[in-house]
Design a protein around this ligand. Structure first.
Ligand code: KIV
Length: 274
């Protein structure tokens, strides 16, 4: 295992300066974190996609700080080399800066090295409070899933020039407030390229084209673990849901045929009288 990824090391990763692209992958539990870390990702994101990917909700609005802390702790217990970033869930950073710091503190105590929050310049006071409390922050712009009702669904954002310019301004405001990286989700590639050029911290794209300083995918999407239709920006590198169904069906067939367990899988009484 190499050295641990740190916040300062991530902050400097601009591809225009010759850095290799950052790799961020979500994980929500210890086995997932081990897979992502052993594969060499730079950052493990304990995303609030937890709500949809693992807990079966239709959107990300249902998870709480306690839910996020529970899963962040499971990831952190694996002591990954990758940087652990945890999502601040909806309503945990929308009220006051003091609330925001308290909630982020719960995630840091659970094992996160940094937190991520969604939104642009309206979040500046919260980002400043977090940074003042020594909690590193990642921004998240574009298609921000916690705004699903405002957006009217999970739709590509900033398709028009005015919205694209506002997105660049939002990114600059977040950087001024102290974020060390910005996730850009669901925007045209040209817009992500503009943001990437405008900000001195790395951009990490998802559904935002190739011109970012890194890319992030949801672990279950890239492993083909959820079985459903994937959005256009997902590339599936495995079909684990199919493999898993086949494996469990083979177990069921063995049990029903009396073929499991066999002798090598069975304990017997000890012949040793002691
Ligand atoms: O919650 C999540 O998984 C995310 C990624 C999609 C960036 O925020």
């Amino acid at each position: 295992m190499g050295t641990r990824t740190t916040v300062p090391a991530v902050r400097g990763r601009k591809t225009a300066a010759g850095s290799p692209p950052l790799v961020m992958v979500t994980a929500y539990d210890a086995p997932g974190a081990r897979v992502v870390d052993q594969a060499g990702a730079d950052i493990i994101l304990v995303g609030d996609s937890l709500a949809m990917v693992v807990l079966g909700y239709d959107d990300t609005l249902q998870v709480t700080v306690d839910d996020m802390a529970h899963h962040t702790a499971a990831v952190a217990r694996t002591s990954p080399r990758a940087l652990v970033v945890a999502d601040l869930p909806w309503l945990s950073y929308h009220l006051t800066p003091a609330d925001t710091v308290r909630n982020a503190g719960v995630l840091v105590r659970a094992g996160a090295a940094a937190v991520k929050l969604e939104g642009g310049r309206t979040r500046v006071p919260m980002v400043e409070a977090l940074v003042a409390a020594e909690i590193p922050v990642v921004g998240h712009l574009g298609l921000t899933p916690q705004s699903v009702h405002v957006m009217g669904g999970f739709k590509v954002q900033a398709r028009k020039a005015e919205a694209a310019a506002a997105l660049v301004d939002d990114a600059l405001a977040l950087v001024d407030a102290g974020v060390f990286a910005v996730v850009i989700e669901g925007v045209p590639a040209e817009v992500a390229a503009q943001v990437t050029e405008a900000v001195p911290v790395p951009t990490i794209g998802i559904g935002a084209g190739p011109h970012c300083d890194g890319q992030v995918l949801v672990l279950h999407d890239l492993l083909g673990l959820d079985g459903g239709d994937a959005p256009r920006f997902v590339r599936r590198y495995a079909s684990l849901a199919d493999d898993a169904v086949r494996a469990v069906a083979a177990f069921a067939a063995d049990v029903r045929a009396g073929a499991f367990p066999d002798e090598s899988e069975t304990y017997h009484l000890s012949r040793d009288p002691g």
